[in-house]
Design a protein around this ligand. Structure first.
Ligand SMILES: Cc1cc2nc3c(=O)[nH]c(=O)nc-3n(C[C@H](O)[C@H](O)[C@H](O)COP(=O)(O)O)c2cc1C
Length: 446
């Protein structure tokens, strides 16, 4: 068994990553509103010994809900339900740094960490869609750089709050009536550009010390946030070269913050369409693609490129030039345009390659082919693992767990059993000491 182990997450996108997944005969159209659906999928992921499940989130109706399921239920409540029905699978959810307060987010994910025995992870995103801004008294999306500057301070405050209790602050001594050793509970006294937070947190230090912080956003600002504050990143890469270049850049940035190269687990998105034969997998992809209304895919692409859909001619390449709008989703914009230019694709071919809006890399094929692909990226250093997006849920994940995972296990690339019970154990990340405990011991030894 090689020492470096693969990490596999599942991005639990309601009925599956394809916009048409809910329309397949065996799919339950109501799945995205059914907590039981998420619990069932999480249990399949745990059976496959996967690292974690991830629930994306935006606090608004953003997608074309006339066509497809969407992010609806509040993710941390779903994760709490899943925590009660599972024992090892990691539990990661998005919470916006633009439309929340650091104290509430620190408290919510620390509580989830206590409730799950140390399996909690927070995906810190700035929320780049306009619909959310209008739900929080804004007329539009905050400027890209400002969103990330705020996110950086937000994450600093959350981490300080998570450190505000030392591991052994709780006493609970009935004889001496001593409940908590308050000398080990610390105000954080944060005064910054965006936040002023006294602290301490009102939740004791959680099993992981700090829940895992994840970041998703590959722009220059996004990478800087990840390098400074994240322990795992969700990325978008369409080729091994892109993956290697991103990994090198991120690790160099982390080193500039004094962090070791393996301090961050890099997980590109990977959508999977599995068949027992190549032909069967292609047929499944065709069936899913043909059920995606073309006007939906066009609207989604125009949204990513922030252009009028009328500019997109199906049998022509993308308009050229196509400048990157300053406040766009840089990762998705660049990933999409690079995919089109690299393959000299027409809009119709691009939409098909994007699976009608998936945006991430899609692999279609037999379990062996998918295992070979995952191994190639892993060995090339283009990824520490993947944020899997099965085509249809739960079936697509069931197929991955039943057919691809055993191949990866037999090649010694992926765990056959969980070695520990926390998300940090799964990701191979150390438990960070509280900064206050560190200061106390430094003062004691001075
Ligand atoms: C795998 C992945 C998951 C994401 N999940 C969310 C999410 O749950 N909510 C959200 O608002 N944005 C999400 N995003 C979008 C990012 O937060 C970010 O806005 C986007 O990647 C653009 O970032 P950039 O402009 O820094 O490149 C996700 C992005 C990726 C790659």
């Amino acid at each position: 068994m090689s020492s470096r182990q693969l990490h596999l997450n599942v991005n639990l996108l309601h009925s599956g990553v394809y916009a048409s997944a809910w329309r397949l005969p065996d799919s339950d159209p109501r799945a995205c509103f059914d907590v039981g659906h998420y619990v069932r999928v999480a249990r399949i992921a745990e059976r496959g010994k996967l690292d974690a499940i991830f629930l994306a989130d935006t606090p608004a109706v953003t997608d074309r809900i006339d066509y497809r399921p969407f992010m609806s239920l509040e993710p941390t409540i779903i994760l709490a339900m899943i925590a009660a029905s599972t024992s090892h699978i990691g539990l990661i959810a998005t919470a916006s740094t633009t439309y929340n307060e650091p104290y509430n987010i620190a408290r919510r994910f620390a509580t989830l960490d206590h409730a799950s025995g140390g399996r909690s992870g927070w995906n810190a995103v700035t929320t780049a869609d306009a619909a959310s801004s209008r739900n929080f008294g804004l007329s539009g999306v905050l400027e890209h750089k400002a969103r990330y500057d705020r996110a950086k301070e937000f994450a600093e405050v959350v981490h300080a709050l998570w450190d505000s209790w030392e591991d052994d602050a709780f006493v609970g001594d009935k004889a001496t009536a001593r409940f908590v050793d308050t000398s080990k509970v610390h105000p954080i006294a944060h005064r910054g550009t965006y936040y002023s937070v006294a602290g301490p947190l009102n939740v004791p230090r959680s099993p992981q010390g700090r829940p895992i912080t994840v970041q998703a956003g590959g722009s220059n600002d996004g990478r800087d946030l990840a390098a400074a504050q994240a322990e795992a990143v969700f990325t978008l890469a369409q080729t091994i070269d892109e993956g290697v270049a991103y990994a090198r850049d991120l690790r160099a940035r982390a080193a500039a913050y004094g962090r070791p190269g393996d301090a961050i687990v890099i997980l590109p998105g990977l959508a999977t369409v599995i068949g027992s034969t190549e032909a069967e997998a292609r047929r499944r992809q065709d069936e899913l693609w043909e059920l995606v209304p073309i006007e939906y895919s066009l609207a989604r692409l125009a949204g990513t490129l922030q252009i009028d859909p009328a500019q997109l001619k199906l049998d022509k390449p993308l308009p050229d030039p196509l400048p990157l709008p300053a406040n766009a989703n840089h990762t998705m914009f660049n990933g999409t345009v690079n995919l089109a230019r690299r393959g000299n694709l027409t809009v119709r071919e691009l939409l098909r390659a994007l699976g009608g809006g998936v945006g991430h890399r899609i692999i279609v094929g037999t379990p062996e082919r998918i295992a070979d692909d995952i191994e190639a990226w892993f060995r090339a250093g283009a990824a520490d693992g993947f944020n899997l997006m099965p085509d249809v849920l739960p079936d697509g994940l069931e197929a991955f767990v039943e057919t691809v995972v055993p191949i990866l296990q037999n090649r010694g690339l992926f765990r056959k059993e969980y070695a520990g019970s926390t998300l940090r154990d799964h990701f191979g990340l150390p438990k960070p000491p509280s900064r206050f405990a560190k200061r106390a011991s430094a003062a004691a030894s001075a």
